[in-house]
Every structure is written in C-alpha cells, then in structure tokens.
Design a protein around this ligand. Structure first.
Ligand code: IMP
Ligand code: MG
Length: 175
C-alpha cells in the first residue's frame, strides 16, 4: 500500500517546541528527582529529544511498552503491556511521555496503572493532541501541539509500523 504524505510539522518546528517543553519541565521539577516514563514505541524519538532538553541532574528514564490491539488507524482503547518498567516508581515524581492523545483511553489506562504503584506524583507530557475526538477527560500537563483530526505519522508515529523514522510529522492519506 502506498500513502500520500503531507508535512504537517517540520523537524525545525518540532525541535523548537521540544526545547520549550524541556525548559518548562526543568523549571517545574527544579530540585526534584524526575522519572520519565517513555511510552513505546511511538514516543521513542520525542523522548530522546525531550530528555536532552530537560536540564536536571537527577533524571531517570524508563520505558513502558504498550500495544493497542489492531493494526488500523482507530484505537480500541484496550492496551496490552508488552514491556514493563525496569524499576519501582514508589514515592517518585513521574512524567509520562506520550506521542499522541486521541480518544485519551490509552492515557487513562496508563495513568490508572501507574497510580497503583504509589508514585508521589504522575504528570503527562504529550507531543500531540487531537481535540475533537477526546472521549475521556485526561489532563495533559505539558502539550506540544494541538492538531486537527488527521492521521499522522513520522517522528516515532506509525501506520502499520511504517514511517516511524521520518524526521518530521506528516498527515497520511491512502491512495
Ligand atoms: P487514544 O487511546 O485514542 O488516545 O490513542 C492513543 C494512541 O493511538 C497513541 O499512543 C498512538 O499510538 C495511536 N494513535 C492515535 N492517533 C494516531 C495517529 O494519528 N497516528 C499514529 N498513531 C496514532
Ligand atoms: Mg502511543
């Protein structure tokens, strides 16, 4: 299958916003210990850039592998944990790093799951949000961009596991 891709956010636009988010996060967690929880796979590039923009001495990075059932462009809201965190988060300030929030169901599930492990705080940083579809009220503490209700790929995001390696974010249309 071929896809028509139209650039939505250039790598320069993304980089500038990621720098701002990093500075905002560093300020908010100044003097604290922070654990970034990177939601795989979609957030791996965003997190790689974001963590380097957060000037904190006491920052730890951990990964949570998640899969939404199905291969299509709709989330079922049912998420499967494919890889758990490597360490406990009890008493820690954690920041979930997510690529995109659509219905919010994935994020709701993840924040509920992490809260059962007794962290001191749970906050969310998402690169992208689609506002029109939000079915559940999830708080996003740090947000990169609000986009229209388009399916997007690149910078970690995929359709059927493709296009994660694009350095920019594009809207996808099927030919
Ligand atoms: P939600 O549970 O509906 O909020 O969906 C969130 C998850 O669905 C994200 O973490 C992505 O993995 C995936 N997703 C939602 N919209 C897109 C998109 O436009 N492109 C790629 N993946 C998406
Ligand atoms: Mg994701």
């Amino acid at each position: 299958m071929t896809h028509r891709l139209t650039t939505l956010l250039s790598s320069e636009t993304i980089a500038a916003r990621v720098k701002e988010l990093g500075a905002e996060i560093a300020k908010a967690y100044s003097g604290k210990k922070l654990v970034l929880i990177v939601i795989l796979k979609g957030s791996f590039l965003f997190a790689a850039d974001l963590c380097r923009a957060i000037e904190l001495r006491d920052l730890r990075v951990d990964f949570l592998g998640v899969r939404s059932y199905g291969e299509g462009t709709e989330t079922s809201g049912v998420v499967q944990i494919t890889q758990d965190l490597s360490r406990p988060i009890e008493g820690e300030d954690v920041l979930i790093v997510e690529d995109i929030v659509d219905t919010g169901l994935t994020l709701l599930h993840l924040t509920d799951l992490l809260r059962t492990r007794g962290p001191r705080s749970v906050a969310v940083c998402a690169l992208l949000k689609k506002p029109t579809r939000a079915r559940t009220a999830v708080d996003i503490d740090y947000l990169g961009f609000t986009i229209d209700d388009e399916f997007v790929v690149g910078y970690g995001l995929d359709v059927g596991e493709r296009y994660r390696n694009l350095p920019y974010i594009a809207m996808v249309e099927r030919d």
